[in-house]
Design a protein. Sequence first.
Length: 107
Amino acid sequence: MITEEKRQQILEKVVEVLHTVYDPEMPVDIYSLGLIYKIELDDDASLHIDMTLTAPSCPAADFIVDDARIKLESIEGVAGVEINIVFEPEWNQDMMSEEAKLELGFL
């Protein structure tokens, strides 16, 4: 069982780490792109992530998921990582942060 303070510290680190995972075809991280739909940390410190891709046929899907998993597993206090790829709701450009839209020239 982890304390609420430790849970918050781990979740903050998770977001920080997700900002370092990039789709190799885009100069923006997956968190800023809005590809992360859910982040949950169980009482046993197992991390569960629901994420999507910019397109169901994304050729870099395996690379992105592996990169995220490796980086998330390195966070101190995380007991395990499960990443689920989901396509509901379907991703669209409105899900991106303002910074991501600016970087990609949508603003």
